[in-house]
Design a protein around this ligand. Structure first.
Ligand code: ADP
Ligand code: MG
Length: 478
């Protein structure tokens, strides 16, 4: 959306940011995008400067020199008055330095904007020895939107959710540590906050610290520099619940790892709850000391799996309701749940964009407008998996001939794999039902529809079957 003289509104800026992101995603590819740009958030437009927030210093150092220029150019395309990009290191969950982007906010702005400034201080104690810590800023603030109430539970996350709930409701750690892991944007941070919020609600006097592993490192290095290791130790060892997010960032730095290890042990020994999240399982934290890796898996390790269609739909329904957008047609939600499979953050972004567009142009939402608005995003989410590839993989997996995918045989040993392949074709490509049918020996679209239903049904009744399908999906997506 090209803007000229008048100052762009917040909604327009949000839309511009989405366009910028999508363009960049197309340029650098999904994987690189998810690794480096995904977590960058648009914060504000200040005169000619676009302020982008990056959750960690590490990411900032990586992103600014590599993508800064490109981001500026893409922004200029959207808002011609933009001259430069400012990167600030700020967790998406920490408090904004000033009131975020104007007060003309609709419900939607509240949704994209930061947590409001209500009293949400995480640590309630004094800093021992008046140490050189960033005051009450030792942990990040808990975002009230990231509550258990707002967390939609489905198969892929039910185990992690139950574990988190258990921790939040218990006085004595039921398992220590709780280690939650999974891919980007699948709700790990949300669950960590939910635990913190719930504990504080139940027992306001318990001391809760939530912070990223990166921030833990930063605080430690500061303590070293200011020769206040004692203060640091006391502070971290006096908490009742320590929530450390994105532990993979601790890797590499020996002294910090060491300190983290000691802090961790001290807390666990005192029967204080530790919750850790990471982007992979403890065993796969290859930069981490062997001792630490093993220690991290002593308690309970819970994976947040990538989302299923049902979960995505559930989340979209909940978000639409939260946004007060009751007029989103169910068809649109279903479409989004089918197409935006990467992660929940992206899913939310897509929904916001569709709603924003409809509000801006004053046209009701429909499948057509959705496809139009999300054109580029949909393409990015469209895995380049072909139906042929799916047929080949599925045949190999079930040890049947590829030709059976198009044959007329109805024996279960070929019919079932064929249904799985149709199901995966529906999930992983943007092909329509008739198109899929054609590729499977000119079958009717109702046959494909039936296959999709059947596979869904079997997935929920037969765990072994569900695993097969999941495995195939992963192989195809890799
Ligand atoms: P992660 O820490 O795993 O990268 P986040 O916890 O930051 O992911 O989640 C990304 C976004 O998706 C957040 O806005 C979060 O509220 C939302 N989200 C993720 N999973 C769910 C869920 N099951 N229900 C509701 N919102 C979710
Ligand atoms: Mg996170």
């Amino acid at each position: 959306m090209q803007m000229t003289d008048s100052k762009p509104t917040n909604k327009q800026l949000d839309a511009s940011w989405l366009t910028v992101r999508d363009r960049l995603r197309r340029e650098i590819g999904n994987t690189t995008f998810e690794r480096w740009i995904q977590s960058v958030a648009f914060e504000a437009l200040r005169d000619t400067k676009v302020v982008l927030a990056v959750p960690t210093r590490f990411l900032c150092d990586w992103v600014a020199p590599r993508y800064g220029d490109r981001l500026r150019a893409l922004w200029q395309n959207e808002v011609p008055t933009v001259r430069s990009i400012d990167f600030v290191v700020r967790s998406a969950l920490s408090e904004p330095e000033e009131q975020p982007r104007g007060s003309q906010g609709s419900k939607m702005d509240g949704f994209v904007a930061e947590a409001d400034g209500e009293d949400t201080t995480v640590i309630d104690g004094e800093v021992p020895n008046g140490g050189p810590f960033d005051g009450g800023d030792i942990g990040a603030r808990l975002d009230r939107r990231y509550s258990f109430d707002n967390f939609v539970v489905g198969k892929p996350n039910e185990f992690a959710h139950a574990a988190a709930r258990n921790v939040a409701e218990s006085d004595i750690p039921p398992f220590n540590p709780l280690f939650i892991y999974g891919g980007v944007g699948l709700g790990k941070t949300h669950l960590m906050h939910a635990i913190g919020l719930r504990v504080r609600e139940r027992e306001p006097n318990r001391r809760v610290i939530y912070l990223s592993a990166e921030k833990f490192m930063y605080q430690f290095i500061r303590a070293l520099r200011f020769k206040n290791i004692m203060g640091f130790k006391e502070l971290f060892r006096s908490v009742d619940i320590l929530l450390i997010d994105d532990v993979q960032f601790i890797g590499g730095k020996e002294s910090t790892q060491e300190e983290f290890f000691h802090t961790f042990n001290a807390l666990v020994d005192q029967n204080k709850q530790v919750v850790v999240s990471g982007d992979r399982s403890p065993a796969d934290l290859e930069y981490m000391d062997e001792r630490m890796r093993s220690r991290l898996s002593w308690g309970l390790v819970a994976e947040v799996h990538s989302t299923s269609y049902e979960l995505r739909l559930g989340i979209l329904q909940a978000k639409a309701e939260q946004l007060g957008a009751t007029q989103v047609p169910p068809k649109v939600l279903e479409f989004l749940a089918h197409k935006i499979t990467s992660n929940v953050r992206e899913l939310e972004g897509a929904l916001i964009r569709v709603i924003a567009h409809s509000n801006l142009v004053g046209r009701p939402m429909s499948l057509e407008t959705t496809q139009e608005v999300l054109h580029d995003l949909l393409r990015a989410n469209d895995r380049r998996v072909t139906i042929e590839e799916i047929q080949k993989r599925v045949s190999e997996y079930y040890n049947i001939k590829v030709a059976e995918m198009s044959s007329a045989r109805r024996a279960q040993m070929v019919a079932r794999p064929r249904q799985v392949a149709m199901y995966l074709a529906k999930q992983l490509t943007s092909r329509s039902l008739p198109e899929i049918g054609r590729k499977f020996g000119n079958r009717d679209h109702t046959t494909v529809m039936h296959a999709v239903k059947k596979v869904d049904q079997l997935r929920s009744s037969d765990a072994g079957f569900a695993e097969d399908v999941e495995l195939l999906r992963r192989m195809l997506e890799a």
